[in-house]
Design a protein around this ligand. Sequence first.
Ligand code: DP6
Length: 325
Amino acid sequence: MQQPHRAIAQAGINVALIKYWGKRDAELNLPAVSSLSLTLDAPGTRTEVIFDSALSHHQFQLNGVEADAGRVQPILDAVRQHAGSHGIPLPHARVNSENTVPTAAGLASSASGFAALVAAAWAAAGLDPEDPHKAELTRIGSGSAPRSLLGGFVVLDKVEGQIRQIATPEAWPLRMVLCLTEKGPKKISSRVGMESSARTSPYFASWVSSHEADMQAAEAAINARDLDTLGEMMEHSTLKMHACMMAGRPPLIYWRSATLAAMEQVHQLREQGVSAWYTMDAGPHVKVLCAAEDAEHIASTLKAVPGVSEVLVAAPGPGAQVETC
Ligand code: DP6
């Protein structure tokens, strides 16, 4: 019997500093806007992929529990097709995934999940790790996921959907303080929310047309290691995105009272001279960007905010990494 192809990969979550919201091609999952993110060292996803000729269909285990293989099937089949076109026939796969991110709670578990899945499947298939198709296939899973393939500060370009690193994780010792406010999956997925915003929000067109200037200002701030400017651009991008969602029909409001309380606390920290800046994705959690030396103080201040259940401090981290098996 043919030897199973096996690999394990690990990927961290990424948090968008300049957001992706909206698609210009739903089938290819191409974004309407570029985005700029920071990949974190933790939490994340560790995934094992075994292509095994003894299997008659794909199998998927998530955190030790049998899960719907339909969630990994499009990616696995796309990798098999790509490998096949390179003369590498692959059987079905067993996928074992461990998430240290609260799944589907707006903490980008899908990004680390799909990045780890593709990196492991790609390595198990013996494909070229530098092949640009890798980012394309990752995007099928989730538009924000290709950003977790690379470490540090990453731009995902809307034109080709390609990714590039603009600064390594070591280049700037920042921290992201993750304030979790509410457990459990979100009610409306990003995919559904984006479609609704594009169709019904009167602010969607200006969200798209004003976006490129934010990308340029944020990239310049990263190159200049200017936290106050980067933080201001990050808050501007998140507030514009949420304003766009809220103005849709029906309105999309991912915030909870704890979200607003944490934002208010960040404003107060700034009044006290601490450079702390928030961003929120399609969920109620608040992520605060700051200098490494301020992270512990900010984390303990935010822990005391009513409704904040857990606070984690994350550093810039590497891109998806394959462990040798
Ligand atoms: C608000 O990548 O989850 O987190 O491409 O439809 O899977 P799909 O969406 P997804 O959207 C992430 C949106 C966001 C902002 C961001 O991460 O840029």
